[in-house]
Write a protein that binds this ligand. Structure first.
Ligand code: BF8
Ligand code: SF4
Length: 672
């Protein structure tokens, strides 16, 4: 019987270093970023790579989660195993402090994702009221499918009327006080998960209320029970998943469902002959308009001597635009300052999340204009231009104009663009993947994937997600985990800065299949290609499913596989990994992956080691209750092997249960 090869049963990570070469500022494996970093070092321009070194060694109380700053009697640190120094001033012990700190990260993540979704919802609302004339419903089909899932009638009704009901339900999901589950979340769960969440009392009824409740629950002098606190965190993680699902589905309705599309990535996509605008952040409501405006303003760019306007994306905004518009992805989170170092970026237009305040400082060494656009996101020294749904195109044109004006100040002597750029195929929404599978089996498309797993052609599915965390060189973890998985025939989908890493390294190209895929994965992809001659792009080694918010697409696929197999998610050979997790959003995503039943690898240790109880809950007990658990492992190859073990175990068990069901003519065992 295949088993996790952890003979200590402690679920402890290997002794790989927690911070790789802590004094070395050359902390990127991305060739484009490395070239710019060398330039920054020569010119003594401070970047994140210097600051991460300056922070070493980092505070171990904070690292282990035993520093409490929840009230101003603190900060309190757990300094001893017993006696007064083993508790905070109020008497909170390590397990209370660690659990409170951990779930507050989840609350931050849920607040962030839902803020993003709320904005999309506001835009949709403005459309239904006739106050957002520049936006259209790009996918009425998705709207109607979503309405059906949500129990909203679409019969004999116009698109705007349906959208209006969807928006109303979305708003209710943010602010509901009545006892009924979050509609968007409830609409896509398996029956097994629904029952599990009701039994364990973690089914959220509203996003805002759940986040607020968790902050209240973890305030000074409220909940001290670590298990109760963790369950509060799980509930908030489900609110996060709901927020993501609202964001993804409504963005698809408004901006279109992604379809396979060819593009390019890495800093070489910045064009010396054009006005270059980087759109950075997360929200497609802004960036989609900037792209539309830029396409209208070629003549204005020509007037200042440029050939046109080149929009490039950074971080998740980049992923959103790449998926839907084929816009070039310049770079990902840890190397955002490096885009400015090219000297050819005329403006960086940002909205919310993952934007280093330091971009302004680097921009001041060049002519680059940093423009913030949201009332809750400003950077001292940068320009602010409010972006409103009611005047969207006009606002976007103003933003492009700022870049065109800025182009006039570009200093050709300072321009140094790396040649690094790679072709890629992106745009794999679940609809697009299903369409590809349906060419093999039109009746049951997802069975193409599950059958390939059951017959051993591929090992399972992995969702690669998350950020850069410079505790190790940028992208090293993402690339190492991916190579190990695909070599062992795992079908990989990716989001966020993980997808960004693969795009930048040329691993999202069909060419990478021959170089890195194992024989099973290779033959599976070839079979799909042969069945889809209309797909002239070919299929990539790793499938881009979108931004961070689109991890909900990953879960959509896991749920479709569960339904196809007739089991709940914890039995599906499907795993998740965030080799370089950093943001609170990544903590929230990882937590719902576990709660939904997935083995979830994280390559940067979250602050849980200060309490053995919390460590045990996250890595072991979670598996007993929910079927998923965290695998904390800093060595990416060992992390990948642990994921492979988990996949192998699930497939083996599924096979045994299927045999038993056939032999005794019973239904499939549901236990994991
Ligand atoms: O939401 S993966 S660094 S950019 S948090 Fe941020 Fe992390 Fe990148 Fe997108 Ni996601
Ligand atoms: Fe210290 Fe308790 Fe206040 Fe935390 S809540 S800072 S442990 S007194």
């Amino acid at each position: 019987m295949p088993r996790y090869r952890d003979l200590t049963h402690s679920a402890r990570p290997s002794d790989a270093p927690r911070v790789v070469e802590p004094k070395n500022p050359m902390r990127t494996t991305d060739p484009g970023a490395a070239e710019m970093l060398k330039l920054a070092q020569e010119q003594k321009i401070e970047t994140v790579f210097d600051r991460v070194v300056a922070q070493q060694p980092q505070c171990q109380f904070g690292y282990k989660g035993v520093c409490c700053r929840i009230c101003i009697a603190g900060p309190c640190r757990v300094k001893a195993d017993d006696g007064p120094a083993s508790k905070g001033i109020c008497g909170a012990t390590a397990y209370t402090i660690v659990s409170r700190n951990l779930v507050r990260l989840i609350a931050g993540g849920a607040a962030s994702h839902s803020e993003h979704s709320r904005h999309v919802l506001h835009t949709a609302h403005a459309m239904t009221e006739g106050h957002a004339p520049d936006y259209k419903i790009k996918s009425p089909e998705k709207l109607r499918k979503l309405a059906e899932k949500l129990g909203i009638s679409a019969l004999d009704r116009g698109d705007m009327e349906i959208l209006s009901d969807v928006v109303e339900l979305g708003y209710a999901d943010f602010g509901r006080y009545q006892e009924r589950p979050l509609a968007f979340l409830d609409s896509f769960l398996t029956e097994g998960r629904r029952r599990k969440f009701n039994h364990t009392n973690i089914m959220p009824k509203a996003i805002d209320g759940t986040v607020t409740e968790l902050i209240a629950q973890t305030a000074m002098g409220v909940d001290a029970d670590p298990v109760n606190i963790i369950f509060g965190g799980l509930k908030a993680s489900l609110a996060d998943l709901a927020g993501e699902y609202i964001g993804t589905t409504l963005s698809d309705v408004l901006f279109g469902v992604p379809e396979p599309i060819v593009s390019e990535s890495n800093l070489g996509v910045i064009n010396p002959k054009m006005v270059n605008i980087a759109v950075h952040g997360h929200n497609p409501v802004l960036s989609e308009m900037v792209v539309a405006a830029a396409r209208m303003m070629t003549d204005e760019a020509k007037k200042v001597g440029a050939e046109g306007v080149n929009i490039v994306g950074i971080c998740c905004t980049g992923n959103e635009l790449l998926m839907r518009q084929g816009v070039y992805l310049a770079t990902s989170s840890a190397s955002q300052e490096m885009a400015i170092m090219t000297g050819a970026l005329d403006a960086m237009v940002v909205d919310i999340q993952c934007i280093y305040p330091a971009v302004q400082q680097v921009a001041e060494c060049f002519h680059t204009k940093i423009v913030t656009t949201e009332s809750i996101m400003k950077i001292p020294g940068s320009q602010f231009l409010a972006f409103n749904a009611s005047t969207a195109l006009e606002d976007a044109k103003k933003l492009v104009k700022i870049a065109i004006e800025s182009y006039k100040n570009r200093d050709p002597k300072k321009v140094s663009i790396p040649s690094e750029r790679h072709k890629l195929v992106a745009g794999f929404s679940i609809e697009a993947l299903t369409d590809i599978f349906s060419k093999v089996n039109p009746e049951r498309p997802i069975s193409v994937l599950t059958d390939a797993i059951l017959n051993g052609q591929i090992k399972g599915v992995a969702l690669m997600a998350g950020c850069n965390n410079l505790k190790r060189p940028q992208d090293e973890g993402h690339v190492a985990v991916l190579k190990e998985l695909v070599k062992n025939d795992v079908f990989v989908i990716a989001t966020g800065c993980s997808a960004g890493a693969y795009a930048k390294f040329g691993l999202m190209s069909p060419l990478a299949v021959d170089a890195y895929a194992g024989p099973g994965l290779k033959s599976f992809l070839k079979m799909l290609e042969d069945a889809n001659p209309q797909l002239t792009t070919g299929l990539p080694l790793v499938f881009h499913v979108g931004a961070c918010v689109d991890n909900s697409r990953g879960m959509d696929l896991a749920i479709a596989m569960a339904n196809e197999l007739g089991v709940d998610v914890p039995k599906v050979p499907f795993v998740a990994s965030a080799p370089e997790a950093m943001h609170e959003k990544a903590v929230a995503i990882g937590t719902w992956c576990v709660t939904m039943g997935l083995p979830t690898h994280v390559g940067s240790m979250p602050p849980v080691e200060g309490s053995d109880l919390i460590y045990g809950i996250t890595t072991q007990i979670a598996h007993d209750v929910f079927g998923g658990s965290f695998i904390f492992e800093m060595d990416p190859v060992i992390g990948a092997r642990k994921l492979l073990d988990a996949l192998e175990y699930r497939t083996w068990k599924l096979g045994i249960h299927k045999q038993a069901a056939e032999k005794f003519n019973t239904s499939l065992a549901q236990g994991w």
